[in-house]
Design a protein around this ligand. Structure first.
Ligand code: PRP
Ligand code: URA
Length: 207
């Protein structure tokens, strides 16, 4: 299992707690998800490479830095949209690439149904965005699609993970670190994370 980076900040814990509550309505769920997404992205982007540059302030020349590579955000539809909406304002020049993957309700296997990926993935720092890492099937399928399209530097931003999902992703994609707000107990018989927060897409969009 890839050891995940787990956010332990008190604000992260309180946002996650509100998201977990069964009666938090979608508008509040999204608001807490957005706040958590900002914190997770700050943590996941901490190790991005930078290039040195010099700038002129109104008073003097000084040393500065810029991100070394373009950023590509890849929300997995639908729930990943809740993460990309919050992260894009932090990196407004990022490209947003979409992957549609849904779990088959009977088998819990991932069913890819949409992909719109940029050509220049190989040169980018890629952030795979999905709030739930349950069986890990969707994340594995997404990472494989991104690698097949050229991605070489990938990080996953997630809200609730579990040992099964981390083990699956770690086995297939040990080069993809996971940044999450929680490592939960495990899966129930329907492959939902327990305690989890339910179906993230439904809770985000009120379906
Ligand atoms: C959810 C979630 C992940 C996936 C996780 O999406 O957003 O993509 O399940 O489960 P896994 O690790 O077992 O693959 P879902 O398939 O419910 O699609 P939706 O967002 O459109 O509801
Ligand atoms: N997808 C979700 O949205 N929630 C889970 O607990 C598992 C898969």
């Amino acid at each position: 299992m890839n050891p995940p980076v787990i956010l332990t900040h008190p604000l992260a814990l309180s946002h996650l707690t509100e998201m977990r509550r069964f009666d938090t309505p979608p508008r509040r769920f999204r608001w807490h998800l957005h706040r958590l997404a900002e914190m997770l992205f700050l943590e996941a982007s901490r190790s991005l490479d930078t290039s040195a540059l010099r700038v002129l302030t109104p008073l003097a020349e000084t040393a500065g830095a810029a991100l070394a590579r373009p950023i590509v955000l890849v929300p997995v539809l639908r729930a990943g949209l809740g993460l990309s909406e919050a992260i894009l304002p932090l990196v407004p020049d990022a490209v947003v690439a979409h992957l549609g993957i849904r779990r088959d309700e009977e088998t819990a296997k991932p069913v890819p149904y949409y992909a719109n990926l940029p050509a220049a993935l190989a040169e980018a720092d890629v952030f795979l965005l999905d709030p739930m890492l349950a069986t890990g099937g969707s994340a594995c399928a997404a990472a494989a699609q991104l690698k097949a399209a050229g991605a070489r530097r990938m990080r996953m931003i997630n809200v609730v993970s579990c040992p099964e999902g981390l083990a699956a992703l770690g086995a297939e994609h040990p080069d993809v670190p996971v940044f999450t707000a929680a490592l939960d107990d495990g899966l129930n018989e329907k492959c939902y994370i327990v305690p989890g927060l339910g179906d993230a897409g439904d809770r985000c969009f009120g379906t």
